[in-house]
Design a protein around this ligand. Structure first.
Ligand SMILES: Cc1ncc(C[n+]2csc(CCOP(=O)(O)OP(=O)(O)O)c2C)c(N)n1
Ligand SMILES: [Mg+2]
Length: 685
């Protein structure tokens, strides 16, 4: 067979595997894999430096399938390239990432070929995609990471990091705001290591894009400062290869390749129609498609002889060679730059350098206290100096979030200063969170920040961080009513609860400056979980830890801060964040009145819920049923801690625009009110 024939055979194998898998599953998206098989084939087999034997080799090119519904494209190439599996400890298992059997069981329980690409589940997937737009946005974080890593670690003669990032996307991605935010940021930063390939097929679920999407996408990307190329026919592998070559020669700006394609290519009745998008073709049409490809009409899940070998001779050989050269280079690098090499090792395993927590502040008792955001700012500046690969930024609220890294040499990340540790995301919260995920997928420790209320704008990417089991860090200040005069548009009510509802995400709402420090300690040691920090805008009294329980209790999610004599309370006051000092004040007042209370600080539901029953019972003894929870957020969910006889002082309405003091009074966040509730629970004593 000629090489062209092998190309065609390989492309048609991707197409027919996709068709058969969808048909067998009776669900899925056949049309786009049929159309984009040549594109994905060319990229993988002719261009990408990826070694299937080691899909986590640090200098591999990254591939993001942002139109995640076309997952069969990825499952096909991961299978045909013989990509191997690795586990959560980054060990290579010597097993295939995706077997033909997984493909036969596409979309079935426990198959390694699920409906959409899932990072935590399938080796070779670089990021979870499916929510349109987020994949491309995440790729911007990967591109920033490559620039940052190259700047820090490359040395003359040692291009340790010189990989490229490729993202395939469709009309849906182009319509989503997050992609626009991210493209704008990528253009601003001149990320010439980044290439998006846009499947311009004019079809989405409801039909032709003329019903809702008629803008000039090319002009838009030119406006963002991208290099815009066009491949007029998606089956033209040489043109595709040439465009990818132009991308690699282009400096100073990202590349956007518009690929004009035909969804459902080869399907006589469904090509170029929405019917090819998201449902099986049907047995008759499957046969007709196979006939048009010159494929045996009744063969199913057929991988013809020579196809695996063709991939092995292409991406397999190129990737193995690239990794072999890199491994040699890295060995020489290690000899000359042992400390830098060590950093790279640690980073790959998501470990922290020795001494990462030295010089973390300890805050003395102070009635006036410190705002959560200010304590956080101090901590961040220490961590960023101790951990070279810790970096982040805000969506234009750095001065307010106190997330700016101010120490000498921290620097700003810009096109001409890719070593900076202050990222300026601009007012693009969704892209910021997706970008943070991209940085973290590249093994950096990264944070993004904004006001807590705007966590809603970032939420879809926070959710994906949790789904991917990524240790992304989201710092949200102005966590409650502290925004006072800004009013209800700026006062979070339901945000805390809604984030607590995301499986795997750890939310922390620390109650004073030392709890902030402890919260960061917990967060930094998490390797496979994202965290949200909800921090106060206003000063919170710094508790006297000689008198009250140690803030190290934060690690357990909840702990006893102040107790009744002999540890025998009549009533338990549970609080988080700014309400902790309110609970302590209430406790002192109750003590004067002869009522025995315990104060439990509960910065994190998730961490507390993971403690052994014994510990949880020691903090919240079952026999003490008079319990009051106080939190400036939605009351929903607190029942589980206060029990049927308890009471929750929280928010059931939106806030209001007024000075904080008045709001505290209006909404009942005052000692007198908490005392009254506690008394009432004790039968009006
Ligand atoms: C954020 C988001 N909204 C909606 C969907 C549901 N959805 C999946 S595919 C799709 C149409 C996508 O069109 P396009 O990107 O052009 O893909 P094509 O049909 O061309 O493959 C939609 C609306 C989604 N996955 N993500
Ligand atoms: Mg489309």
């Amino acid at each position: 067979m000629t090489s062209e024939q092998l190309d065609q055979l390989s492309i048609n194998t991707i197409r027919t595997l996709s068709i058969d898998a969808v048909q067998q599953a009776k669900s899925g998206h056949p049309g786009t894999p049929m159309a984009l098989a040549p594109l994905v084939y060319t990229l993988w087999n002719r261009v990408m430096r990826f070694d299937p034997v080691d899909p986590i080799w640090p200098n591999r090119d990254r591939f993001v399938l942002s139109n995640g519904h076309a997952s069969m494209l990825l499952w096909s190439v991961l299978h045909l390239t013989g990509t191997r599996a690795v586990n959560a400890d980054y060990e290579r298992l010597g097993l295939p990432s995706i077997s033909l059997d997984d493909i036969r069981r596409f979309r079935q329980l426990d198959s390694k070929a699920p409906g959409h690409p899932e990072y935590h589940w399938v080796s070779g997937v670089e990021t979870t995609t499916g929510p349109l737009g987020q994949g491309v946005a995440t790729s911007v974080g990967m591109a920033i990471a490559q620039k940052w890593l190259a700047n820090r670690y490359n040395r003359p003669g040692f291009d340790i990091f010189d990989y490229h990032i490729y993202a395939v996307c469709g009309d849906g991605c182009m319509m989503e705001g997050v992609a626009s935010e991210a493209a704008s940021l990528a253009g601003h930063l001149g990320l010439d290591n980044l290439c998006w390939l846009y499947d311009n097929n004019h079809i989405t679920i409801e039909g032709n894009t003329r019903i809702a999407f008629t803008e000039d996408v090319a002009t838009r990307f030119l406006g963002y400062g991208w290099n815009v190329l066009r491949v007029g026919y998606a089956n033209d592998v040489d043109r595709i290869e040439h465009a990818l070559e132009v991308f690699r020669q282009t400096t100073g700006r990202p590349t956007f390749i518009i690929v004009d394609s035909h969804i459902g290519y080869g399907s006589p009745h469904k090509q170029d129609t929405a019917a090819a998008h998201g449902e099986p073709l049907g047995d008759d049409e499957v046969r007709l498609c196979k006939r048009s490809y010159g494929w045996p009409e009744d063969a199913k899940f057929l991988v013809p002889d020579g196809v695996r070998e063709h991939f092995s001779a292409g991406v397999g050989t190129r990737g193995a060679e690239a990794r072999r050269r890199w491994t040699e280079l890295f060995a020489a690098y290690r000899a000359q730059h042992p400390e830098l090499a060590n950093e790279i090792d640690l980073m790959q395993r998501r470990e922290l350098p020795a001494g990462w927590d030295r010089n973390l502040p300890v805050f003395p008792a102070d009635a006036k206290g410190l705002a959560g955001r200010d304590a956080s700012g101090q901590v961040l500046n220490v961590l960023a100096q101790n951990i070279p690969w810790f970096l982040g930024g805000s969506a234009d609220l750095g001065p307010s979030n106190k997330t700016t890294l101010k120490y000498e040499g921290a620097g700003d990340f810009q096109a001409n200063s890719p070593g900076g540790k202050n990222l300026h995301f601009g007012i693009r919260e969704h892209a910021m969170a997706a970008t943070v995920n991209g940085l973290v997928l590249s093994k950096l420790r990264a944070f993004g920040a904004t006001f807590f209320i705007f966590s809603d704008y970032a939420r879809p990417a926070i959710r994906l961080a949790a789904l991917m089991e990524l240790p992304s860090i989201f710092i949200f200040t102005h966590d409650a009513m502290g925004d006072g005069e800004d009013g209800p548009t700026h006062q979070p009510v339901e945000q805390l609860l809604s984030l607590r509802a995301i499986p795997g995400l750890v939310t922390l709402r620390p109650g004073d400056a030392n709890e902030v420090v402890e919260a960061y300690r917990v967060v930094m040691e998490m390797r496979h979980r994202p965290a949200v920090l909800a921090l106060s805008r206003q000063p919170l009294p710094t508790l006297d830890r000689a008198k009250y329980g140690s803030a190290s209790g934060v690690a357990r999610g909840a702990y006893v801060v102040a107790d009744a004599p002999g540890g025998k309370p009549e009533v338990i006051l549970i609080a988080s964040g700014s309400e902790l000092s309110l609970a302590v004040e209430t406790h002192e007042q109750l003590r004067v009145e002869g009522i025995r209370s315990r104060v439990v600080s509960m910065p994190s539901w998730e961490l507390f819920d993971e403690q052994p029953q014994e510990y949880r019972d020691s903090v919240l003894p079952p026999e003490v049923t008079a319990r009051v929870a106080v939190e400036q957020g939605s009351t929903l969910g607190w029942e589980r801690y206060v029990g049927p006889r308890g009471h929750v002082i929280g928010m059931k309405t939106f806030g209001a625009s007024a000075p904080l003091k008045e709001l505290q009074k209006k909404f009942g966040f005052e000692p007198d009110r908490v005392v009254a509730v506690a008394r009432n629970l004790l039968g009006g004593r």
